[in-house]
Design a protein around this ligand. Structure first.
Ligand SMILES: N[C@@H](CCC(=O)N[C@@H](CS)C(=O)NCC(=O)O)C(=O)O
Length: 203
């Protein structure tokens, strides 16, 4: 039985599962869910995935959605690949990063979205607390209540504008990442600025 993947291939959630299938040499039939045409809301698709998001996997009458669950399902088809290790702690290492990606990375930054859409999405997240706006600084800062993640959104006049940066603290380490929509040199300057403010992200 050929596995069916319902995907919009340009999306990172789609190419994540497609990449895992290809890596594991698993054949699949691709069903295009064209998000630009709203096909994720078509009744036949909503019946498969009530979230009306892609990707979705169908294997016979088994249906699975959520890209990381799909990646695990595919890995389980090829246990010999070691992609999902049998050893509990090694497997949890995979699980940990998949959770991190969904909990922190994914909601925070989708650089495929234009700057304005991404900045608006970020600012609208209810768990983010905006820092008082320092009028001399062409930035807006937000952080999670627990202080584990902070975001910087540039305003006109900032180096590298437009850019969005994220700083996350985990296991005593602080990482700076982001979406460099503007000039690479300005973006590097911003990363250096945030790196110099590491205490800004409470540990
Ligand atoms: N947590 C989900 C996220 C899936 C997701 O957000 N897919 C987006 C495209 S990147 C989607 O289908 N959006 C349709 C919509 O918003 O209407 C996963 O990892 O599968």
């Amino acid at each position: 039985m050929t596995i069916e993947l319902y995907v919009f291939p340009p999306s990172p959630h789609a190419f994540k599962v497609m990449a895992v299938a290809s890596h594991l040499d698993i054949d699949y039939a691709l069903h295009m869910v064209d998000l630009r045409k709203g096909e994720q809301k078509a009744p036949h698709y909503a019946a498969l995935n009530p979230n009306m998001r892609m990707p979705t996997l169908k294997d016979g009458d088994y249906v699975l959605w959520e890209s990381n669950a799909i990646a695990q399902y595919l890995a389980l088809k090829r246990p010999e690949s070691g992609l999902l290790p049998k050893d509990e702690r090694a497997r949890l290492e995979v699980t940990r990063w998949q959770f991190w990606e969904l909990a922190h990375w994914d909601p925070a930054l989708d650089c495929a979205q234009p700057f304005e859409a991404q900045a608006a999405k970020l600012a609208a997240q209810p768990h983010l607390v905006p820092a008082p706006h320092e009028s001399a600084e062409p930035y807006r800062f937000y952080s999670t209540e627990d202080g584990h993640a902070s975001y910087l959104i540039t305003e006109p006049g900032a180096p590298g504008h437009p850019a969005i940066l994220m700083q996350t603290a985990s296991g005593g380490q602080v990482k700076t990442t982001g979406c460099p929509y503007g000039s690479p040199a300005g973006y590097k300057q911003l990363v250096a600025y945030l790196d110099s403010l590491k205490t800004w992200t409470r540990r």
